[in-house]
Design a binder for this molecule. Sequence first.
Ligand code: ATP
Length: 208
Amino acid sequence: MLNRPTYNRPPRKRTAPPDPRPIVISGPSGVGKGTLYTRLRENHPGCFAFSVSHTSRKPRAGEQHGVDYHYVSMEEFEDLIAKDSFIEHAKFGDNRYGTSKMTIEEQSKKGQVVLLDIEMEGVKQMKKSGIKARYIFIAPPSLEALEARLRGRGTENEESIQKRLAQAKNELEYSKTPGVHDIIILNDDLDTAYKQLEEFVYKAPEDQ
Ligand SMILES: Nc1ncnc2c1ncn2[C@@H]1O[C@H](COP(=O)(O)OP(=O)(O)OP(=O)(O)O)[C@@H](O)[C@H]1O
């Protein structure tokens, strides 16, 4: 008799979501956006493309052009702004960052759903651009839990933690604006939040 092993893990679904619109995931730093969409991409190989941003900053060691960012000079970046090539762009410190319309179009053509991880100002600009997209906000159970996650991740110094927490308050306030997001997912228990994310992403357009 065949002794078949039993697996509890659900089968990986290699079908792209029925709704092809790009998905914008926003939420305060440290809330778990990366953790959630990484799981989504791993569970559905080939179905999602992560939007590669443009930046005027120099690549860091190990970073690859076209993978981590599209690296351009400040002059090239400003030329792209003048040509209205960006859906959203922002300046942090001395560098510019942005999502180009072309990048989204190219990735969408491959039949993959584009995922964008952008902050509040970017969300506002993207909404103004008129590009059709679905908007997901990931909320923390509390500011204390958010702080614990930021500290637990061990990637930020104290100044950066304080800056991110201050910005988190703005993000949370903005998320209360009616109609901005299609769904607000509370990332308390990770598995529950993931299930909600997956269910929303795979909803048929007519059910939204
Ligand atoms: N539901 C959860 N419960 C507890 N810890 C979590 C949960 N979700 C994520 N984390 C942890 O919180 C930390 C921050 O998560 P993550 O890096 O995914 O956040 P992020 O929103 O992508 O942040 P950033 O915007 O700064 O990139 C990580 O250490 C992650 O393991």
